[in-house]
Ligand binder design. Sequence first.
Ligand code: ZN
Length: 144
Amino acid sequence: MTSSLYCCGCRADVSARLVDGREVYPHRSDLADLPFWKCDACGNFVGCHHKSAERTRPLGCIPTPDLKRARREIHRLLDSIWTEGWMSRREVYSAISDDIGHEYHTGDLRSLDEARKVWLIVNDLAQQCSSAEDTRSRSRSQRT
Ligand SMILES: [Zn+2]
């Protein structure tokens, strides 16, 4: 089975092939049965929303290893904002979407430049949230 997906390594739409974890992560038996879309031209691949009803729906375009790392970093920082309860998950995504001018999905990032831009936005949000938190806790401790 193949599907047309944007490959960030080839910088083009490619005909990606549906493979399983055995092919892309041969040493990870825990991932053996999971679906992935692989670009045979450059060897990069993307995972799927495998826990959803459409288990072979790709998470986004096919990233290079560097881009995958950048996306993971953004996700970690972004998730920390809503898991700390500073903003809701929806608020975080809509703040980023407002800033970049279209709906934001980490899986849609196509280049390290785009990733860097979003990282700065998310980092700003995180800093605003944590400094607001500091102010709150300082004023709390002054009162007591
Ligand atoms: Zn490719």
